[in-house]
Design a protein around this ligand. Structure first.
Ligand code: SIB
Ligand code: ZN
Length: 441
């Protein structure tokens, strides 16, 4: 099965290559050819392949084709809790609102909530996401059916006696789903945060990650209150706490947020495998602060982008994160040259792919990589005239400008119609379930 995207502006996000006009040919799940328009002669073998009957042709005229966006930090089912308790401090919001609401959620709620998020993500150009939640079997099943790429993690909060059962679930997820769904699903271990994981529990999870040779996905230093709590409990910063427990020694680690880091904390992270997931919209909305993104990048730390759950960020549109990321750094430094447009797009694509340890498969458009890409309709007032495609994408585009979303060679949205999701049913289920959950608190 081949898909031939014709006459499109291609932004590969590979080694700062400038956008160019051309064609892309997808064969099954991978990019088979990227053809420059100004190439005088096309190889007759390629011509033979693309002139075949069973080739699906997409007219890419007036569209940009770029790598699908990668949302590196999510709690997909929390879309059911979006907007139900905003404008609270993180700890109040989590402990008084989210944890009680989550206690009401059934496996079926998780399945439908996760699909609701996937519908929003596909519509706004996200092809891959990293998820940390519970009832992960349901999320994995939804990912398998919907066709997205995902890195799944059982979030581990250690606040009661049930931790044995939760760790077993984490192991089950890894054993049942790692590499499944045509390789679209990978897994990690997910100790929730320094303040919810005492040293013994965290060490146990670190051992598991080493044993299975899998990465770790964890929240870090999201608020000032977290730093104060950790100082009171352990006389350490949250980052120092993780460092002293040996988290950064061998493992690939994804650190969500990382807002409140001292210079010394950044030194602890320098040279680490993995890196930091910046969640600027969530940080803005919860008033957390500005993560030292520019400083971390200077130290060679990989920084990707995520939305966080729709419960806190209230949007899963990565184009908003791209804007917020660059605006915050410019504002922080009082300098518009900081974190330029291309770099913010890199954060949402290849840098996030590195965090998920799948940059050999996705994150750029390159022959041989998986066919994960989006087509953005430029023929709209807010995206004209076209001086610099990269500037338009970073500063003017929205998720709703995405016309086509392709993952693993499969078209998941065409002309803004979702193909693998029954959208009406997902919305109906989402509403009924969201009501029941909040009524039960
Ligand atoms: N509470 C679950 C497991 C945790 S999953 C991941 C957790 O992250 C929580 N979460 C969502 N957004 C944030 C955030 O911004 N900071 C910290 N935790 C968050 C979310 O509410 C969820 O409980 C259990 O009972 O087993
Ligand atoms: Zn989170």
């Amino acid at each position: 099965m081949r898909v031939h995207i014709r006459n499109t502006t291609i932004l590969t996000m590979n080694k700062e290559e400038a956008p160019f006009l051309g064609d892309i040919v997808i064969h099954n799940d991978r990019i088979e050819h990227i053809i420059h328009k100004d190439q005088q002669t096309i190889d007759p073998i390629i011509l033979e392949q693309i002139n075949h009957d069973d080739v699906q042709v997409i007219d890419g005229t007036d569209m940009v084709t770029m790598p699908g966006l990668i949302n590196a930090h999510q709690h997909t089912p929390m879309n059911l809790l979006k907007g139900f308790s905003d404008d609270l401090k993180l700890m109040d919001w989590l402990e008084k609102k989210m944890f009680p609401a989550e206690a009401q959620m059934t496996p079926e709620d998780i399945y439908w909530g996760s699909q609701l998020s996937m519908a929003e993500m596909i519509r706004s150009g996200t092809t891959t996401f990293a998820d940390m939640y519970m009832h992960m079997n349901q999320i994995a099943q939804a990912v398998e059916e919907v066709g997205m790429r995902a890195s799944l993690t059982r979030g581990l909060v250690f606040h009661d006696d049930d931790q044995g059962a939760r760790i077993r679930e984490a192991i089950e997820l890894v054993e049942q789903w790692h590499g499944q769904a045509d390789g679209r699903i990978t897994t990690m271990f997910g100790p929730h945060a320094p303040y919810t994981c005492p040293p013994d529990s965290l060490l146990e999870v670190i051992e598991l990650a080493k044993q299975y040779q899998l990465p770790i996905h964890i929240h870090l230093a999201e608020t000032k209150e977290e730093v104060i709590t950790m100082r009171e409990r352990y006389e350490q910063t949250p980052t120092q706490y993780l460092y002293e427990l040996g988290l950064f020694e061998q493992l690939h680690v994804m650190l969500a947020h990382s807002v409140h880091l001292t210079k010394r904390d950044i030194q602890y992270l320098t040279g680490m495998r993995g890196g930091v997931i910046h969640n600027p919209v969530s940080n803005l909305k919860l008033g957390c602060g500005i993560a030292p993104v520019t400083e971390m990048m200077k130290q060679g730390i990989t920084v990707g982008l995520g939305t966080d759950g729709a419960g806190s960020a209230t949007t899963l549109d990565m184009f908003q994160e791209i804007k917020a990321a660059t605006w915050l750094q410019k504002l922080d430094y009082g300098d518009p040259t900081v974190l330029p447009a291309y770099q913010s797009l890199q954060m949402a694509t290849i840098e996030s792919a590195k965090l998920l340890a799948i940059d050999h498969e996705t994150g750029t458009l390159e022959v041989g990589k998986k066919a994960d890409m989006i087509l953005i309709d430029l023929l709209q007032p807010h995206l004209q005239p076209v001086h610099h495609i990269v500037s338009l994408l970073a500063y003017s585009a929205n998720g709703a400008d995405v016309d086509i979303t392709i993952v693993n060679g499969q078209i998941l949205m065409r002309q803004r119609q979702l193909i693998t999701i029954d959208e009406q049913e997902v919305i109906r289920q989402g509403n009924i379930r969201a009501q029941r959950i909040v009524n039960g608190i």
